[in-house]
Design a protein around this ligand. Structure first.
Ligand SMILES: *Cc1c(COP(=O)(O)O)cnc(C)c1O
Length: 401
């Protein structure tokens, strides 16, 4: 029972007296006690079990147990969204006067936490370059407490050397936290490289079907004990229904990711040969600047392909407008392929300079490659490239007259 796929399927909450094969949803806000003494013991932490669904629930417990096994972690929590997981991975360890080091290429809302929320509490941050761990030394201060990383990054697919980051974190006694959303534990396990905390947006590949929001935090038991205080009393609890849904989804994570990765690789190769594409980024494509590192720490390249269409901002928009089948939506990690334009949407809060510094150019498009037949995905991309070229050429001609 120690193989990834087997655990993803066979780790289940206890069956009820109905002996159901598929775990039921425990849609209950609270649980009952045998008597006053039992209730006292439960509240004192002297007896095992569930008290109240803000603290724990059989469905969220099952999900935590499963993800702990997948990531090689000791303990963890579920939260209502990926952002509540990121927030609660950071805030419990900081107080006024502290400092954190973060990779420059972090998710848009993580950037907002670092730049807009933490400074109100007098917590400072320094951004470091994801692809150059050697340059991080100068960012360390006497009050630095944490290292906050995301790899591969959304949407630029910048990678961080998790092993080198682990050595760095250990040397400076920093709590080492990784947002592992893009890779999933099936492709990459940061704890192997010394990460103390791993967080996820389960909304993405973990659910994988665009149905529910969710977040997960796993890691060292002693750190989870600190997070527990924040989770219990600020209440970002995941709904039992969402936990049930995501736990069910994890049963097929391996087969889904195998196909997502295979399709994404084919899309990357198609773009590489297409002259309407200026640049393509895919971790397991030999032209990715960190290809060797991607091969070392990720078993496959993931389901996201980021690319730049010839013709910049206007062409990228025209391309997206000509797409027929692929969805225009802000999610990713779905059975349905999805395109987005990061510069005008998810990363529009960043300044142009900040966007450039994390590799987000005006013509960049992010494609979350779905599970439709690869020939249909490529055909849609191909026709949108052709039509958008005609549109742009006409626009240019009319602007000249
Ligand atoms: C989407 C995402 C998040 C936020 O997750 P939500 O479930 O939308 O709150 C955090 N980190 C990364 C890398 C993401 O892609």
């Amino acid at each position: 029972m120690n193989k990834f796929e087997t655990q993803a399927i066979r780790v289940q909450a206890e069956r009820s007296h109905n002996r159901e094969h598929s775990v039921p949803t425990y849609m209950t806000s609270s649980f009952m006690f045998d008597d006053a003494e039992h209730m006292r013991a439960m509240f004192a932490g002297e007896a095992e079990g569930n008290i109240y669904s803000r603290y724990s629930n059989p469905n969220t417990d099952e999900l935590v147990k499963k993800v702990c096994l997948m990531e090689g972690a000791e303990a963890g929590f579920t939260t209502a969204s990926g952002m509540s997981a990121v927030f609660n991975s950071i805030v419990p360890f900081l107080k006024a006067g502290d400092h954190v080091i973060a990779s420059r290429a972090v998710f848009g809302s993580t950037h907002q936490i670092l730049t807009q929320i933490l400074p109100r509490w007098n917590i400072a941050f320094t951004y470091v370059e994801p692809d150059d761990v050697g340059s991080w030394e100068s960012a360390v201060q006497a009050n630095t407490k944490m290292l906050i990383l995301e790899t591969p990054s959304n949407p630029g697919l910048a990678l961080i050397d998790l092993e080198a980051a682990g050595v760095f974190a250990k040397k400076h006694d920093l709590i080492y936290c990784v947002d592992n959303c893009f890779a999933t534990p099936y492709l990459q396990q940061p704890i192997k490289y010394g990460a103390d905390i791993v967080c996820h947006s389960a909304t993405k590949w973990m659910d994988g079907q665009g149905r529910v929001l969710g977040g997960i935090i796993v890691g060292k038991a002693e750190l989870m004990a600190e997070i527990k205080v924040f989770i219990r009393h600020s209440g970002p609890a995941m709904s039992p229904f969402n936990a049930w849904t995501i736990s069910k989804s994890l049963e097929t994570l391996a087969v889904r990711m195998d196909r997502h990765c295979a399709n994404a690789k084919k899309v990357a190769l198609f773009f590489d040969k297409n002259e309407e594409i200026q640049r393509v980024l895919y971790p397991h494509h030999p032209k990715h600047p960190q290809y060797k590192l991607a091969k070392k720490q990720m078993t496959q390249g993931g389901g996201i392909v980021t690319f730049e269409v010839v013709g910049g901002y206007e062409r990228a928009k025209a391309f997206i407008d000509e797409i027929k089948m692929i969805s225009l939506s802000s999610n990713l990690g779905d059975t349905r392929s999805i395109v987005t334009h990061p510069a005008s949407t998810t990363h529009s809060k960043l300044s142009e300079t900040e966007r450039f510094s994390v590799g987000i150019t005006p013509g960049m498009v992010r494609l979350s490659v779905g599970l439709e037949h690869i020939e249909d995905i490529i055909a849609d991309l191909q026709q949108a490239l052709e039509k958008s070229k005609v549109v742009i050429t006409k626009q240019m001609a009319s602007s000249l007259t």
